[in-house]
Design a protein around this ligand. Structure first.
Ligand SMILES: [Zn+2]
Length: 80
């Protein structure tokens, strides 16, 4: 379950060391950017908004949040 958070995404990205990604939607060629913070379990991430092509074409980036998970993943960013 994704929990949308009302927070400045640049601050969010810096706090959790998440890289903001930009790119084109493969379906409609619209420029998309991951600028919506979300929290999911022990992860914190950024996703792009649904611009009309559906959830499948949104981008998501998440990183482990808790210390335990951080050491487990050795600060490797996980793409979902
Ligand atoms: Zn699209």
């Amino acid at each position: 379950m994704l929990i949308p958070l009302e927070k400045d995404y640049l601050t969010w990205a810096t706090t959790y060391n998440i890289r903001i990604k930009t790119g084109k939607c493969p379906k409609c060629q619209k420029q998309i950017i991951t600028n919506i913070p979300f929290a999911m379990g022990g992860y914190r991430g950024l996703k792009s908004e649904d611009h009309g092509c559906g959830e499948k074409y949104t981008r998501k980036i998440a990183v482990p949040y808790s210390k335990e998970e951080k050491s487990y993943w050795s600060s490797v960013a996980l793409r979902i």
